[in-house]
Design a protein around this ligand. Structure first.
Ligand code: ADP
Ligand code: MG
Ligand code: MG
Length: 362
């Protein structure tokens, strides 16, 4: 079916004028649907990547619960411009949250958020603060979602114990004979395996609560307005139960690196402490009142944890012959793993300062 035919399955105002591919997301396929009338809204149409997300109905329900809760809270606060402050799902004509076509694709629709933009890469402190604030606001808004826990869209996504167990098995198996050339890097990671089980253990012992986390806290999932002020966070597919340090930790891993995630020149890679501070400042401004003392003490550690975990995942896939991540070359996963290891070393060297910065904004 064409995107035009699909659009007509949804309960939209006005008549469809044009449909064009939109944005530069890597996971879902996205279109902008323009309507012809001046007073009817535009829409965003997406095919959900069901190879990554196996249970689209549960994922859709998570997003419905979270977005309608946020909308209610914004309304109760008397906020203005609410259609730009939270994603608004649009139902099908049959009242469903998605439309499954003959080819097995899952389509969904949101109101198009007008006058918004995002950046793939952030370059200054103001943007880092906006990133921290955006995910902090999100955390605050969902912190009192009633009802049962959300559906775990990707079970074990940040189960560090499980990832380390799998990694150990891979190292012992050495399935494609790549271990020898990376033994030093592997040792670096294995030496740290006990340290990075800490968050899972604290959770199990009840020292930190399970919350709702976003889990894809890249800066291009933050929509900003004309003045670069935060509108909202988007891309809610991975919203699920987890610990708060995962979100800010991954935002920092992604956004406060002086190099690229797959930088072949390790001299470029390290933690940018100014951007780190911006993220922490923005995040804690929003969440100071809701996080426990123990949780606040995990925030700087979270940046290291998410970097460690990503290094393990890249190295694991390298040892496995590149089955999971798309690669440009035979060494791509190794280059990525080494860049994460370099970033982790840089965070370890700066960790006292990172903790000191957190304590300043608590
Ligand atoms: P992906 O998982 O592929 O990254 P996203 O949900 O992030 O998919 O959407 C891809 C792009 O589409 C985003 O980067 C953003 O620029 C844009 N986008 C997503 N939702 C909306 C919306 N409701 N209104 C306007 N633009 C949007
Ligand atoms: Mg995205
Ligand atoms: Mg996504």
């Amino acid at each position: 079916m064409t995107p035009e035919q699909i659009s007509n399955q949804f309960s939209i105002d006005g008549t469809v004028a044009t449909i064009k591919p939109f944005g530069n997301g890597l996971i879902n396929t996205t279109y902008k649907v323009r309507t012809s009338e001046n007073d009817s809204p535009n829409y965003l149409l997406q095919i959900v990547n069901h190879h990554i997300f196996k249970n689209v109905p549960e994922l859709t329900r998570n997003i419905e619960r979270v977005t309608s809760h946020i909308r209610e809270k914004l309304e109760a606060q008397g906020a203005h411009d609410i259609d730009r402050r939270v994603l608004t799902p649009v139902k099908t004509n049959n009242g469903e949250g998605f439309y499954k076509d003959d080819g097995g694709n899952y389509w969904r629709m949101f109101l198009f958020i007008e006058g918004a933009h995002s950046y793939d890469q952030l370059t200054n402190i103001k943007q880092a603060e906006a990133g921290g604030r955006a995910f902090g606001q999100f955390q605050k808004l969902v912190s009192d979602l009633p009802g049962e826990p959300l559906y775990p869209v990707i079970p074990g996504f940040h189960d560090t114990e499980m990832r380390i167990k799998n990694f150990n098995e891979r190292v012992n198996e050495n399935p494609v004979g790549r271990l020898e050339e990376v033994q030093q890097d592997v040792n670096f990671l294995l030496e740290r395996s006990d340290e990075y089980k800490k968050i899972i253990q604290m959770g199990r012992e009840g020292k930190i609560p399970q919350r709702i986390v976003h889990q894809d806290t890249k800066f291009n999932n933050v929509l900003l307005d004309e003045n670069d002020e935060v509108l909202c966070v988007i891309d809610l597919d991975t919203v699920m139960p987890g610990y708060v340090c995962y979100d800010i930790g991954d935002a920092i891993r992604n956004g406060a690196n002086t190099g690229k995630e797959d930088d072949p020149n390790l001299d470029n890679v390290g933690i940018n402490m100014e951007l780190f501070e911006g993220f922490i400042k923005g995040f804690l401004q929003e969440t100071n009142g809701i996080l426990t003392r123990e949780e606040k003490e995990t925030l700087a550690f979270g940046a290291k944890l998410l970097t460690y975990e990503q290094a393990v995942r890249f190295m694991d896939d390298f040892l496995d012959g590149d089955k999971y991540y798309k690669t440009d070359s035979v060494k791509h996963n190794l280059i990525r793993a080494r860049a994460q290891i370099k970033l982790l070393k840089s965070m370890e060297e700066n960790f006292d300062r990172m903790e000191e910065i957190v304590s300043r904004y608590v």
